[in-house]
Design a protein around this ligand. Structure first.
Ligand code: DAH
Length: 352
């Protein structure tokens, strides 16, 4: 009987050595420790043994059972560890695979250009001043020396807002950023009417005109206005500042020229051209063979405008300018249709 138990143990241990997975292990358990296993049969047959034999066989059977249960537990753990190791091996992450890229947005080309312009003027000591898009006729035109029915209004077809009868002062969408001149001067002078402080500002923002939309004109576009007001400001300051701006924006060797022009709110007025930075001044399609590109309008602030802003024109002078960032981008990148800017076509926008 004792030999038989030894046999049972041996054969169980031998067959356990070849068990590799949990299913086989369970089958092994049923076969060697289950209710009908030879070992369990020895337990159930104990009562049939003689009193002399019974304790020794019982003791040995118990030892075998404890032993087999012990190795079963060990094997179960070993299989678990092996399964885990195997799956780690099999399903290994390939960290060299390129990841799925996250598409990052970007700034609109107009915003980028606005920021370039602002950065340059910021370095020269100008502050950014922003003002409203909905204006009154008074601020958009009258205070800037465009009286009602003035012919210069013809150049700025206006989108009006239906706000009831406001007489000669209807609400409108600003047609240019120039009303910001009035706002900034009034804001500064109202704080100290006797001694209004000097002003150096650039004023970026969207403008609106009732235009037929074509490749060359849109109903909305950005402008950057500039205004410098103080004592002893001269046309030389205007020329120096704006020439420096053009060189910083378009290249240190780009030449500039000023042509006489007319704006109601400046006197004298000028338009500033930069030597064509596409062809270098020799003549091309972008500059229409002239060698020059019109970059901005400018002039010395009209005395009436200074007065309307709360600045005494006998004591203060100033200069102002206005430019279009979309126009600058069109020249720089040879963009032939202004409608791309608000067309929301990513194929266009992604190029900037
Ligand atoms: N407001 C003008 C326009 O939209 C541009 C302009 C010209 C602004 C001359 C100025 C200036 O400040 O001095 O056509």
């Amino acid at each position: 009987m004792l030999d038989k138990l030894e046999e049972i143990k041996k054969s169980a241990l031998i067959s356990l050595a070849s068990v590799q997975n949990e299913a086989d292990l369970e089958a092994w358990r049923v076969k060697h420790l289950g209710r009908n296993s030879p070992l369990m049969q020895i337990f159930s047959g104990l009562s049939a043994l003689s009193l002399q034999e019974r304790p020794a066989v019982g003791h040995k059977a118990n030892l075998v059972k404890v032993n087999l249960e012990g190795v079963l537990k060990e094997k179960r753990e070993a299989i678990k560890v092996a399964v885990l190791a195997h799956s780690l091996e099999e399903e290994q992450l390939d960290v060299t695979l390129p990841g799925r890229g996250i598409r990052v947005g970007r700034l609109h080309p107009s915003t980028q250009q606005l920021r370039r312009v602002i950065d340059i003027f910021a370095e020269m000591g100008f502050q950014v001043y922003t003002s409203r898009e909905v204006e009154t006729d008074e601020e958009n035109f009258q205070a800037l020396n465009f009286p009602p029915h003035h012919p210069a209004r013809e150049m700025q077809d206006t989108l009006y807002i239906d706000a009831g009868d406001r007489g000669e002062n209807p609400l409108l969408l600003r047609t240019h950023t120039s009303p910001g001149q009035i706002h900034s001067m009034r804001e500064a002078s109202s704080k100290n009417p006797e001694n209004p402080p000097p002003i150096r500002i650039v004023l970026p923002g969207m403008c609106f005109r009732s235009e037929q939309i074509t490749a060359r004109s849109e109903v909305q576009f950005n402008q950057v206005e500039g205004l410098a007001v103080g004592e002893n400001i001269t046309f030389a300051d205007l020329k120096g500042t704006l020439s420096d701006f053009v060189r910083r924006m378009f290249g240190q060797n780009v030449r500039t020229r000023f042509r006489a022009s007319y704006f109601p709110f400046t006197e004298p007025s000028a338009e500033m051209d930069a030597e064509c930075f596409v062809c270098g001044g020799t003549g091309c399609q972008v500059c229409k063979q002239s060698g020059w590109l019109e970059i901005l309008g400018c002039g010395m602030v009209h005395p009436v405008v200074l007065e309307n802003g709360g600045y005494d024109p006998r004591r203060y002078t100033g200069y102002a300018f206005g430019m279009g960032p979309e126009r600058q981008l069109m020249l720089r990148y040879k963009i032939d249709d202004i409608r791309y800017f608000w067309g929301n076509d990513v194929r266009f926008l992604e190029q900037f």
